[in-house]
Design a binder for this molecule. Structure first.
Ligand code: C5P
Length: 228
């Protein structure tokens, strides 16, 4: 179950396939997010699936339940391993997302997870911009409980919050991963792969620490070694 997922935040398919060249034979788990999906569309996901890659389709849906259910019906046909919604959309929206996935055979096996709070959100932003006057841990726990009520499989959260999620019996998919010697970039709540392991993350999502490394394959293998 434990796996390292590479966040493929690339401009287009050419950049992605260039990046993947040294990974021949390793078949890493890939996260396809908004940037490349909005450029290349579902055909890229189909192509990667046909090459045998496992896919986390990170589109973070957040809309009224009816719209999310219909969008998820289309995502279901792609047969990806994991996809997600924002827990901020509420329980009814998350239930609708699950119904959308369950509407077709391939979607039934897709794990549905909810973003609790983005790992770029600090306590200060939570309070001053989102007007949520609660500690981050409490907010994450409540959103995770909502996801559980809606019958989701897990949540996206910071590794620092993985222990709370484990207690709830949910999977935790955790971005905000950096090696000790890396820059944090725009992430606020970060951890190393080995700390994420210690804290009980189910999957780590690693972007720039691999994609911007001098030797991406070496950085990936370092993550796998630290995390497993
Ligand atoms: O480059 P970096 O490792 O910061 O990339 C993290 C990836 O995880 C990005 O693709 C980002 O969209 C995603 N993500 C996140 N925080 C969340 C959910 C997803 O950073 N809560």
């Amino acid at each position: 179950m434990k796996d390292v997922i590479i966040a493929c935040d690339f401009k287009n398919k050419e950049e992605l396939f260039d990046f993947l060249k040294p990974f021949d034979g390793y078949n890493p788990y890939l996260k396809i997010g908004m940037e490349i999906f909005y450029k290349e569309g579902p055909s890229l996901v189909k192509e990667l699936k046909s090459k045998g890659f496992k896919i986390f389709l990170d589109l973070k849906l957040h809309d009224i339940p009816n719209t999310v259910e219909k969008a998820m019906k289309n995502i279901a046909e792609l047969g990806v391993e994991i996809t997600n919604v924002h827990a901020g959309g509420g329980i009814k929206m998350m239930e609708a997302a699950r119904r959308g996935l369950d509407s077709c055979e391939q979607g039934k096996n897709t794990k549905l997870i909810a973003v609790t709070q983005l790992t770029s959100t600090s306590q200060e932003v939570l309070e001053n911009e989102l007007l949520i006057n609660k500690p981050m841990n409490e907010v994450v726990k409540q959103y995770a409980l909502n996801a559980k009520k809606a019958n989701l499989d897990g949540v996206v959260c910071s590794p620092l919050e993985a222990p709370i999620i484990k207690e709830l019996g949910l999977l935790s998919v955790t971005p905000g991963i950096r090696f000790n010697d890396d820059s944090k970039d725009d992430q606020k709540r970060v951890a190393t792969p080995s700390l994420a392991k210690e804290l009980g993350s189910s999957y780590i999502v690693v972007g720039r620490s691999i994609t911007a490394a001098k030797d991406p394959l070496e950085a990936y293998l370092r993550c796998v070694k630290e995390f497993n």
